[in-house]
Structure formats: C-alpha cells, structure tokens
Design a protein around this ligand. Structure first.
Ligand SMILES: [Zn+2]
Length: 327
C-alpha cells in the first residue's frame, strides 16, 4: 500500500528522552500525524500521532495500555507532549490498522495478502473486532465452506484475493496460526492443482521463497489423490448411463460416449468434480436424461463437498471452527 511507503520528514524535533544514537532516525507518518493527536505510536522507525480516544474505542488492549500510561504518567516517555507507545509490529501493519480505523483508504480488490494478514493479526493481538471481522469476511468469502459459494469463485481472475500458489501457501499458514480453520479445505483444494509448488515451494512477489509444512503437503497430495479416485464413482457416476425412460436412446448413448471421453481427458488430470456442470455436456441429452444426470451430478457433488474435510484428514467441517468469527 502506497501510504506505508510515504515518509514525511525526519522527526528531529522530538528530542525529549531520545536515545543519543539511533541507527534509523524515526520519521513521521505522512498519513497519520494529527496535530491534535494525543498518543504517539512507533512501529519500526515510523511514528504515528493519533487519537487515544479512537484507539480506546476500538481496542480493549490499547484502552488498557492508555489507562496504564495515565496512571504512571511521570515515568513514561513523552513525544510532543503525548504518551509514547512503541509497538513491535511492522510499519506496514500499523498503517493498515490505522487506515482501517480511520477509514482512510478504500480496500483494493483482490485484497493483498499483507492487508488482510495485518488486519487479522493486529485485530486479534489488540482485540479490535472490526479489523478481525473484516479480515475474516475476506477469508471466508475467498475460501468458502459451501459448494454454492465455491462454484461462484473465479480463482483464475483473483476476484476476492490473489489465488496464486505462493499467496495460498501464506494464507494456509495465516489461517492455521490464527485459527480461521474453516478456510483450509478450500485453500487445500485450490492449491492441489499446483503439485510443483506443493512439492518444491513457490516464490513470492518479493522473490522470497515459501514452502508448505510437511503436514499440509502430505494432506493435500493424499486428499487430491482420493478425490480423483472417488470422482468417477460419485460426482461422475452418471456416465454409466441409466435405464430411465430415455426419449432418444441412440442419441443419448452417443452423447454419453462423448461425455465420457470429455471427462476422461479432463478429469484424469484435474479436479473438476466440484465445477458446475458444463452446459455443453448436458445439452445433447434428451430432457429426461438431462434432468436425471444433472440431479445425480449435483447430489453426488454435494456429498463429496460435505466430505471435503475428510479427504484432507479432518473428521468434518465442524472440526474446523473459526474461533474468532463473530458469526
Ligand atoms: Zn435420454
């Protein structure tokens, strides 16, 4: 985010109680230095002069810190006459947090990983419900627990988040660390299409490497294998045909043959069992077969989705709560 990179100027006037030597002189945030601010936060080498009432309103943790500072006022470092709170978070994270609290910047779509990771981590750390809920909303929409929502995603065009493998691998770490566990099956499922990254890791935009831990790696590979084995007998079980009241047996047999060939070519390589039925596949069947095969496909697909966590080693969706979710 551009705001985090903007630096206003070296903070040379805040000399009260400054250490004699500092490797990087602190600078003022260009976006969050309010002349009527009543508390100074510092993250890395950037300082933010903001309103203590705003922090206390949203965060029980900041509220407690500020009350503590009030009591022991004489012993605390002051900057520009304001209590000073050094934070061990990154400048970027604190900038995201303040942008959200002051509603300063519109949220970009797809949401960058650094944004929702900061909102979630700091939302939990400082008990800021609106940040936490916003991050969880992004994650739950991007990696849903229902088949209907999953089918509406377009993971190729990165609608809600960036679905690149390197980002998904970071997301898997983030939701595991912060217990937003319901996102894991969809994340595993989407990532399962990229075996190379699962096996050998991927590269982030900043050229750093990201690798999955062994547990996640094994779960995804085994899960993908089981899904591929089950799909012909479940979601695609209709290709064996039926003895229903078919109105055009010869044409429907030919259509079945083509459908089988299409599925054989695509399904063997990729996990297509949760995709919506291709209209072109169904349209060649008579109305009776269309209805029957479509229903079988949807029913079996739903059963497989309900069992999705079990493919990856959990017992059920209930095994994967989001402990910070407000819902
Ligand atoms: Zn038919």
């Amino acid at each position: 985010m551009s705001t985090s990179k903007k630096r206003a100027r070296v903070d040379d006037i805040d000399s009260d109680n400054e250490p004699a030597v500092q490797a990087i002189p602190p600078t003022r945030s260009s976006d969050f230095w309010f002349s009527d601010g009543s508390v100074v936060l510092e993250a890395e080498s950037t300082r933010f002069r903001v309103h203590s009432s705003m922090l206390a309103l949203h965060s029980t943790v900041f509220k407690g810190m500020l009350q503590h500072l009030k009591i022991g006022k004489a012993h605390h470092k002051m900057i520009d006459g304001c209590p000073f709170i050094p934070l061990d978070d990154s400048e970027e994270e604190v900038t995201y947090m303040l942008s959200a609290l002051y509603e300063k910047n519109p949220r970009p779509r797809p949401a960058p990983f650094s944004l929702f990771a900061a909102l979630l981590r700091l939302g939990i750390k400082y008990d800021v419900k609106c940040l936490r809920n916003e991050a969880i909303d992004i994650l739950e929409s991007a990696l849903p627990t229902t088949l209907e929502k999953y089918q509406k995603l377009n993971t190729k065009t990165n609608g809600i988040i960036d679905y690149s493998s390197n980002v998904l691998m970071d997301v898997i770490d983030l939701v595991t660390e912060t217990s937003v566990l319901s996102c894991l099956p969809a994340a595993y499922l989407i990532l399962s299409e990229d075996i190379d990254s699962i096996m050998y890791g991927a590269t982030r935009e900043d050229d750093t490497a990201v690798v999955l831990d062994e547990g996640a790696k094994n779960a995804i590979i085994c899960g993908r294998n089981k899904l591929l084995k089950d799909a012909p007998f479940k979601a695609f079980s209709w290709v064996k045909g039926s003895g229903s009241a078919c109105g055009q047996k010869r044409a429907c047999m030919a259509a079945l043959h083509d459908a089988m060939e299409d599925l054989w070519r695509n399904q063997v390589q990729q996990l297509t069992c949760f995709e919506t039925f291709k209209k072109s596949l169904l349209s060649r069947f008579c109305a009776t077969c269309q209805a029957e095969y479509g229903k079988t496909h949807r029913d079996e697909q739903r059963k497989m989705w309900n069992d999705l966590p079990t493919y990856f080693g959990w017992t059920s969706w209930k095994d994967l709560p989001n402990i910070h979710s407000s819902k």
